[in-house]
Design a protein around this ligand. Sequence first.
Ligand SMILES: NC(=O)c1ccc[n+]([C@@H]2O[C@H](COP(=O)([O-])OP(=O)(O)OC[C@H]3O[C@@H](n4cnc5c(N)ncnc54)[C@H](O)[C@@H]3O)[C@@H](O)[C@H]2O)c1
Length: 250
Amino acid sequence: MKNKTAIITGASKGIGLACAQLFFAEGANVVLLDLVPPSVDVHDKRWLFFACDVSKSEAVKAAVEKAHNTFGSIDYLVNNAGIQRYGTATTTTEEAWDEVMNVNLKSQFLCARHCIPFMQQSGNGVIINISSVQAFVSQHNVLAYTTAKTALLGLTRSIAVDYAPQVRCVAVCPGTIDTPMLREAINLSPDPAAVMQECVDMHPAARIGTPQEVAALVIFLCSDKAGFITGQAIRIDGGLGITIAGSKRD
Ligand SMILES: NC(=O)c1ccc[n+]([C@@H]2O[C@H](COP(=O)([O-])OP(=O)(O)OC[C@H]3O[C@@H](n4cnc5c(N)ncnc54)[C@H](O)[C@@H]3O)[C@@H](O)[C@H]2O)c1
């Protein structure tokens, strides 16, 4: 990926940070967009960090233009930034609904909107939308999150159809992954260890996933080896989506 440029949203922690580190290791220039600075050292001319709320159009436009001016192309966009808010149809406030839709759906549209014209110039761009298994199956109390993650599959298909063959677009749908988001969610419980064990037990793989495993899939999907894959939703979930709820190991 030498001389290629990857933009990653929500790149300071978790899955986004693992993607940023792997793109960097593969030789790419890496542009990190996040509200907070990354916890790793990014003092190299192939790193560029922007403090940026990716749900704001002007901020995204400025960051994408600066990235293009700095590195000369935009080849990969990983729409990874996401937030979790809890609630049902009757308990989710309109503010929480709007917040989740803005970060988990509108930001992906905005980043695509501003990156695609640059990708068309090179004729070989890839957009990865980080969705979730919750685009296919759901759990209690996550109405807005599940709705946004499901809508991302429509966004993925539309971009794949509208901009082929210059731009490929693929959704990645992780199961439970060990990130700060997961740890924060688990720590809301009075018994975090029991909740973590429940997470492990939900996966036939008998463990949760790592950010590095998701990053490896993202890198593969961005590579020319995946050149015939577009518009799809690829699950990386340790088998979570193939079991009947409540089924137990013997
Ligand atoms: N961790 C999981 O189990 C899991 C499972 C399925 C899908 N996902 C999805 O993977 C993606 C990454 O999740 P994670 O677990 O690494 O999360 P995380 O909370 O650990 O990291 C998310 C990063 O996004 C940044 N961010 C949040 N809002 C932003 C905004 N408006 N603008 C810019 N940056 C913003 C945060 O500052 C943070 O650095 C999310 O879209 C999440 O929904 C996570």
